[in-house]
Write a protein that binds this ligand. Structure first.
Ligand SMILES: Nc1ncnc2c1ncn2[C@@H]1O[C@H](COP(=O)(O)OP(=O)(O)O)[C@@H](O)[C@H]1O
Ligand SMILES: [Mg+2]
Length: 268
């Protein structure tokens, strides 16, 4: 099914290094294999690396868009698999906290692309920053990646708390990464969901889990997306399940979308 409104998925986490960018890269490829038109935005402005994961070196990035030097179409990079990417620019201080003008500009430009995509995935970066909360509040679905480590769980909860208290966000879909087995994954989900239920009164949604797999690192070092190298591994199977599960979930049309983005940006 192709509609004129892309489904916007923000991928976030409390703590860095939990596997967001690897998840975004590979799930984008799964959606592509399911015939979806996919746009990935690298919004982790401090530590951008979606392009590296795909083994491409884009000429332009969001900095050129914000400077008014290039249009959104000019900065979009294309991977050989047919995924479109809006690259971020690393190490630019002004990007780590986008101004209202910059947010408006991004939203306006993205709005023009609406009809071209089915799924729009945003790698928001980690932690509680203005950029992260902005992109999460604009998405239809907020995916929080968490690992079994206690620090990851605590930081993910802190992010959820802020998004709930400050943005009224209530729909969080949890993916547990770096797990040994389903028991560990479920136990991790239970820890975070019990706390969210008890202290915030919200129910978190279980989206799935991914195993720890040493080959993930190898793939990144080789600058080749993992799923292309090991399409039948357990990790890849689980990722496929997550993608299918995600597509089955209803879209909350009351929130998210570019127009919502715009209103939100203007109200800040
Ligand atoms: N399921 C996994 N199994 C093994 N290593 C993983 C897995 N997921 C991520 N990693 C490793 O963790 C590190 C951080 O991943 P990355 O996707 O860059 O995290 P983030 O974007 O959250 O900072 C990378 O070196 C990657 O190889
Ligand atoms: Mg990352």
């Amino acid at each position: 099914m192709q509609t004129n409104i892309p489904r916007i998925m923000a991928v976030s986490s409390g703590k860095g290094g939990v596997g967001k960018t690897n998840f975004v890269t590979n799930i984008a490829l799964v959606f592509r294999s399911l015939q979806k038109r996919v746009l990935v935005m690298d919004a982790d402005v401090g530590l951008s690396n979606i392009d590296i994961m795909f083994g491409i070196a884009p000429k332009y990035n969001i900095k050129h868009l914000l400077a008014g030097e290039k249009s959104i179409k000019d900065i979009i990079a294309h991977t050989k698999e047919g995924i479109d990417i809006i690259p971020a620019s690393s190490g630019i201080r002004e990007m780590t906290q986008l101004s209202l003008n910059h947010k408006m500009k991004i939203v306006e430009e993205l709005d023009r692309l609406d009809a071209n995509y089915d799924i729009f995935i945003i790698d928001t970066g980690a932690g509680i920053s203005d950029n992260v909360t902005f992109f999460c509040s604009a998405a239809h679905d907020v995916i929080v990646i968490v690992t079994p480590e206690p620090t990851s769980i605590a930081d993910a909860y802190a992010l959820i708390k802020v998004l709930y208290r400050e943005q009224g966000e209530q729909n969080f879909r949890i993916v547990v990464n770096n797990t040994r087995n389903i028991t560990e994954a479920r136990a991790t989900f239970k820890k975070i969901s019990m706390v969210a239920e008890r202290f915030l009164g919200i129910t978190l949604d279980w989206l799935g889990f991914l195993p720890y797999d040493e080959k993930v690192k190898e793939a990144i070092l080789a600058q080749k997306p993992y799923i292309n190298l090991y399409p039948t591994s357990d990790f890849s199977k689980k990722l496929n399940e997550i993608a299918r599960q995600f597509l089955k979930k209803e879209v909350n049309l009351l929130k998210g979308g570019m127009q919502f983005f715009l209103k939100k940006a203007m109200s800040q």
